[in-house]
Design a protein around this ligand. Structure first.
Ligand code: GLU
Ligand code: ZN
Length: 276
């Protein structure tokens, strides 16, 4: 049975790109007589807004999707903490006190998700009193697990190489996990068998696959779909001004018709589906 999920973060209203992602996840589950889950990814205490979760549910209903809701990330902090301790005790995480400005000053190279951390704090004496994050010692972790692979429904079989993303943060300064750790643990706990999401998270899958190998978690399959682009060829995002799903819903637009059009590959004016 196929189990998929849509995992929005409640830090801004959903836009068409999210609708597309939710429809892909929903439909892939339905094709396999499976289950489609909604998971609210609210570990970012400073940016999460509780009322947005209700807005998201109303948006999904408006699109005609049916889902099963699994517990929000804010209720699962103990599991993130236990996994982080496990990795820390095995010497696979190291503390980092660098600020963003300090990392930028090192002029690190640009990876798929922005600056690649150059490993400055590895082996460095701790600067007690400064807030710290825990970073993944990706090189050491790779040496421990050897060659690992993952399978994308569209791109095929891939060799996991998380080094491209660098030593990503696993436990943030201000929260008990990072997206990488929390999402990987939750997908396993919720029995997700097919992780569908945008191609912008392709690189992250390498990190997630490595975490699965280290923590003995089941390995799902992936499906990285194309991203919706606006008229300037930029990825739609919460910060760019395309009307949100909530705006469209409140303006009386027909959500069922919109979902059906997108399934046929037709998008509102100026919006296109790009795949790399
Ligand atoms: N909360 C993440 C986001 O909104 C989920 C990404 C994923 O599907 O893994 O980008
Ligand atoms: Zn550092």
């Amino acid at each position: 049975m196929t189990v998929t999920r849509f995992a929005p973060s409640p830090n801004g209203s959903l836009h068409l790109g999210h609708a597309y992602a939710a429809i892909v996840a929903h439909d892939r589950a339905r094709e396999g007589q499976g289950r489609f889950q909604l998971r609210i990814e609210d570990i970012d205490g400073t940016r999460s807004r509780a009322e947005l979760a209700d807005e998201f549910r109303a948006d999904l209903e408006w699109l005609g999707l049916e889902w099963e809701e699994v517990p929000a990330q804010s209720t699962r902090l103990a599991s993130y903490d236990a996994a982080a301790r496990n990795l820390l005790e095995r010497g696979l995480l190291y503390p980092c006190t660098c600020t963003r400005a300090e990392i930028e000053a090192l002029e690190p190279h640009l990876g798929p998700d922005g600056l690649v951390y150059p490993g400055t704090c590895k082996g460095r004496e701790l600067d007690i009193g400064k807030p710290l994050a825990l970073r993944f010692d990706v090189g050491k972790a790779m040496a421990e697990v050897g060659d690992i692979w993952w399978e994308d429904e569209l791109a095929g079989r891939m060799r996991a190489d998380p080094r491209e993303a660098g030593d990503v943060v696993i436990v943030r300064k201000d929260s008990p996990a990072s997206y990488h750790l929390a999402a990987t643990l939750d997908d396993a706990a919720d029995g997700v068998t097919l992780v569908t999401r945008g191609q912008d998270l392709f690189y992250a899958t390498n990190v997630h696959r490595l975490l699965q190998a280290l923590l003995g978690l089941p390995v799902p399959r992936w499906h990285h779909h194309g991203l919706l682009m606006d008229a300037d060829g930029k990825k739609l995002s919460k910060s760019r001004h395309s009307p949100s799903l909530a705006d469209r819903r409140r303006a009386g637009e027909d959500g069922l018709a919109l979902a059906e059009e997108m399934r046929q590959g037709r998008f509102p004016a100026g919006i296109t589906l790009a795949s790399t």
